[in-house]
Design a protein around this ligand. Sequence first.
Ligand SMILES: Cc1cc2c(cc1C)N(C[C@H](O)[C@H](O)[C@H](O)COP(=O)(O)O)c1[nH]c(=O)[nH]c(=O)c1N2
Length: 232
Amino acid sequence: MSDPNRPFTDEERAGLYRAIFERRDVRSQFLPDPIPRPVLARLLKAAHHAPSVGFMQPWDFILIDSLDVRQQVLASYHEENAKAANNYSGERQETYRSLKLQGIIESPMNLCITCDRSRGGSHVLGRSSIVEMDLFSTCLAVQNLWLAARAEGIGVGWVSIVDQTKLAGILNLPDNVYPLAYLCLGYVSEFLDQPELQAKGWRSRLPLTELMHGNRWGQPMDDETLLNALKS
Ligand SMILES: Cc1cc2c(cc1C)N(C[C@H](O)[C@H](O)[C@H](O)COP(=O)(O)O)c1[nH]c(=O)[nH]c(=O)c1N2
């Protein structure tokens, strides 16, 4: 085993930041090429090394290649997306309808990362006050997989416009298992240089400096050095 206390090289550090900044949510650029099993194994291992409350590891991974299952999930997406479009009107609704918000069939595989809310028994260390900590832990597994996938040249798209009860039914989940993230995975023709929602004029990245507070919510930050560094 290598020394865990050795410092990251400049190259290693750059690689990590590159994965963070160049990770994209992908829905339009999937290629049909299958993901080699050793690569998929690395992604799942990365997810499984996420931190979790009380080391609960509440996740399971459902690998979906069945067209029948995917078509059922897609049907739920279409139902939910039609409802979602009604939240907007006029030009905004037209823009919403023009957005492609899933790649369920075009991607070579779908993956559902679930959260077993009963894993580890009724007293999980660190979860006694805030019960949702298991869900948050599972989100971290998703993010680990998302970043590892980017480093492997694989795109990931999260599809949350589905009815979660229907999704649980389609995937035959037990009552205690929550379908936390329905993901589409595959190699891509390109990674966009900015979020697709930003490129399409839906919403832009907020300036980080406007999200900084000093000591309490709403109090201005007076650390000029930090603020200037964040602007660059
Ligand atoms: C919890 C959650 C849920 C969803 C998403 C993300 C997350 C974190 N995103 C992707 C989202 O739109 C995207 O992350 C942002 O637009 C920022 O773009 P990048 O991820 O940086 O490319 C997403 N995208 C999409 O096309 N359909 C969807 O249903 C969802 N749902």
